[in-house]
Ligand binder design. Structure first.
Ligand code: DHB
Ligand code: FE
Length: 289
C-alpha cells in the first residue's frame, strides 16, 4: 500500500522564483530566505518521495472568472510551467502521476468531496516555486524534477472560498485515498501559500508575525482547533491573501495523529519577513505511522 511519509508547508511567493531564475539568490536580501530551506533540501534528498501531492492555488492563470473550481485534481501525465506575463519560468515540465491521481479522485469523490478533474493545465508559481525551494534549480530542458507531482488546486482567489474546516476534512479523505492505493509508494503531501500578506487595497503590505507564529503553533499542536479558525480571522489578521493558509490544513489533515495515530515530528520550522511583501513560513512534519 502507498503511505504518507511527511507533509511539507511553504509560502510560494513568485519573487522567490524570480530571484532564483535571475541568479539573485545569494544577494543579501534573498540569502536569509534560501538559508531557511538549506536543511529542507538536504532532508528531502535523504528521504526522497516517490510522488508529491502538491496543494496550491492557481492565481487566475489556468482558471479565470469563467470557471472557478473549488478543488481541482490534476490527472494529466504532465503540466507545463505557465506564462504568468513574463514568459514561463525556466524550470522543467512537471510530470504527473495519472494512476494515483485517478485513484485519489475516485476515493475522495466517493468520500463525498466534489473534485474537478483536470486533464490539461499549466501550473503557476503556486506550484513551481515550492518545487524550486525544495529541490533547487533544475535545467528546464535537460533536467527534471526528482519525482512525479499531482497538482491539487484550491480556490482561494474568488469568493466564496472553502473553509479551513472543510480543507482539514478533505486532507483526511486524501490520506484515506493514498493509503488505499495498491502500490508501495512513498507519498508526501505539501500545503503551500501564505503566510500573512495583502497585495492590494489600503492595507497592502500587511504582515502579522505574532498571528502567523501563533497559527503555526496551533497547526502543529492542535490542528482541529486551527481548522476551526473562521475565514474572517485570516483576512483580518493575515491580510486578504493570508487566506491561502487554509491550504496548509489539507496537508495537516492528512497526518496520522488526526485519525488517532501518533503525533508527527517537527523536522524543521522557519519564518522570515519579508520576501517581496510577504511573510515566508515553512514547516516539515514527518508522519509517524
Ligand atoms: C505574491 C503572490 C502570491 O501568490 C503569494 O502567495 C505571495 C506573494 C506577490 O505577488 O507578491
Ligand atoms: Fe499565492
Amino acid at each position: 500500500m502507498a503511505h504518507l511519509s511527511a507533509s511539507v508547508y511553504t509560502s510560494h511567493v513568485p519573487a522567490i522564483g524570480a530571484a532564483l531564475d535571475l541568479g539573485k539568490s545569494a544577494e543579501p536580501y534573498w540569502q536569509p530566505v534560501f538559508q531557511g530551506y538549506q536543511y529542507s533540501k538536504q532532508w528531502i534528498e535523504e528521504d526522497q518521495p516517490d510522488v508529491i501531492f502538491l496543494v496550491y492555488n492557481d492565481h487566475a492563470t489556468a482558471f479565470s472568472l469563467e470557471l472557478i473550481p473549488t478543488f481541482a485534481i490534476g490527472c494529466a501525465a504532465e503540466f507545463k510551467p505557465a506564462d504568468e506575463g513574463w514568459g514561463p519560468r525556466p524550470v522543467p515540465v512537471v510530470k504527473g502521476h495519472p494512476e494515483l491521481a485517478a485513484h485519489i479522485a475516485q476515493s475522495v469523490i466517493q468520500d463525498d468531496f466534489d473534485l474537478t478533474i483536470v486533464n490539461k493545465m499549466d501550473v503557476d508559481h503556486g506550484l513551481t516555486v515550492p518545487l524550486s525551494l525544495m529541490f533547487g534549480q533544475r535545467d528546464p530542458v535537460h533536467g527534471a524534477w526528482p519525482c512525479p507531482v499531482i497538482p491539487f488546486a484550491v480556490n482561494v482567489v474568488q469568493y466564496p472560498v472553502p473553509s479551513g474546516r472543510r480543507c482539514f476534512m478533505l486532507g483526511q479523505a486524501i490520506r484515506r485515498a493514498i493509503e488505499s492505493y495498491d502500490e508501495p509508494l512513498k507519498v508526501q503531501i505539501w500545503g503551500t501559500g501564505g503566510m500573512s500578506h495583502q497585495l492590494q487595497g489600503p492595507r497592502a503590505g500587511l504582515i502579522n508575525r505574532v498571528w502567523d507564529n501563533a497559527w503555526l503553533d496551533q497547526l502543529i499542536a492542535d490542528p482541529a482547533a486551527c481548522a476551526a479558525t473562521p475565514h474572517i480571522d485570516y483576512v483580518r489578521e493575515a491580510g486578504s491573501e493570508g487566506i491561502e493558509l487554509v491550504m496548509w490544513l489539507i496537508a495537516r489533515g492528512a497526518m496520522a495523529d488526526v485519525a488517532g495515530g501518533p503525533a508527527p515530528t517537527v523536522k524543521h520550522r522557519f519564518y522570515h519577513v519579508p520576501a517581496s511583501n510577504t511573510a515566508v513560513g515553512h514547516l516539515i512534519l514527518q508522519n509517524n505511522r
